[in-house]
Ligand binder design. Sequence first.
Ligand code: 0CG
Ligand code: SF4
Length: 315
Amino acid sequence: MQIILANPRGLCAGVIRAIDIVNKLINKYKKKIYIKHEIVHNKFIVNKLKQKGVIFVEKISNVPQGEIIIFSAHGVSKKDKKEAKIKNLKIFDATCPLVLKIHSKVIQASKKGKEVILIGHSGHPEVIGTMGQYTNNNAGIYLIQTTKDIKKLKVKNEQNLKFVTQTTLSVENTNYIVKKLKKKYPEIKNSNKNDICYATTNRQKAVKILSKKTDIVIVIGSRNSSNANRLAEIVHNLGNNVKLVDNEKDVKKSWFKNIKKIGITSGASTPEILVNQVIKKLLTFGIKDIKEIYGKKEEISFKIPKKIDLVNLTI
Ligand code: 0CG
Ligand code: SF4
C-alpha cells in the first residue's frame, strides 16, 4: 500500500490569520475571551482554544457587557456588529478578508437599491453574515441553493440584479448554477464568475487529481466544515471511496482491504498535525511508501491589523 498526499491541502490564509488573531489576543489580555461561533470549523482547533479558556457563543446576547468578542473567520451580520457595539463589547474581527470583500459588494448593492442573489448553503454562518449586510427594504437579497430555487425565484427588477456566492462551494456545481441563473436573468452582473476563494478552488482541483490516482481518499476535516465536505463530495461524485475524518481515531483498518493507493487531503481549517497523525496510524498498517502530488503553489497570506485593539467597525 502507498499513501499519496494532495497538494495544496490544509490551512488557508484566512484561517491562519483568524487563529493568529485569537492567540495574540489571549496573550495580550490574559482574560476571558468570547468568540462568536467556532473561530473556524475544526474540532481540534476549537478544543485547543477551549482549553485556553476561550468561550464560544452563538449569540451576542450571551456575552456579558463590556467583555472581549471576536467575530469568527466566517463573518457576522450588521445586526450582530450593532448588538456588540451597543453592549459596549471590545470587538475584534477575524472575518477572512475574502469574505469581507463579498460583504462590501452586498453593502454597495444594498446602497444602490440593486437586488442581490446569494448562492450558498442555508444556515451556514458565512451565508447568515453575508445576507446580513443587506439593509435596503425597498429591494432585496435572496438565497438560492440549487437550480430548483432559480425556477421559484421572483425578483422585483430583472434589469438591476447582482449575484454573489459563498466562498466554500463546489466550483463545478456553482458554475452550473450561475449558468442557469444567467439564462433566466441575462442582465445579471458580477465582476467575476463567482466568489469561491482561491483555497477552496485549489483544494478541489488537487483532490480531483488525487482521486483519479487512488483507490480511497481520506479527507481530514470536521463535519460542519463546508469546504472539507465539498472535497469529500467531489471524490464521491467521481465514484471513488471516500471517508471524512476528524482525526486518526476515526480511521479504521477495515477500510483498506484490497486497497493499493490511499489518498489524503485536508480542508482549509484542518491543521497539518492531524494529517501527520493519520499518516502515523496508517504506517502501523504496514504502509511503507508516501508520496505527494505537487500542485499549485500558494503564496497568499493575510496581515493581522497592527493595532489589533483598534478594529474600526462601520455599521
Ligand atoms: O468551509 P467552511 O466555510 O465551513 O469553514 P471552515 O472554518 O471549515 O474553513 C474556512 C473558514 C473560515
Ligand atoms: Fe478565507 Fe477561503 Fe479560507 Fe474561507 S476558506 S477563510 S474564504 S481563504
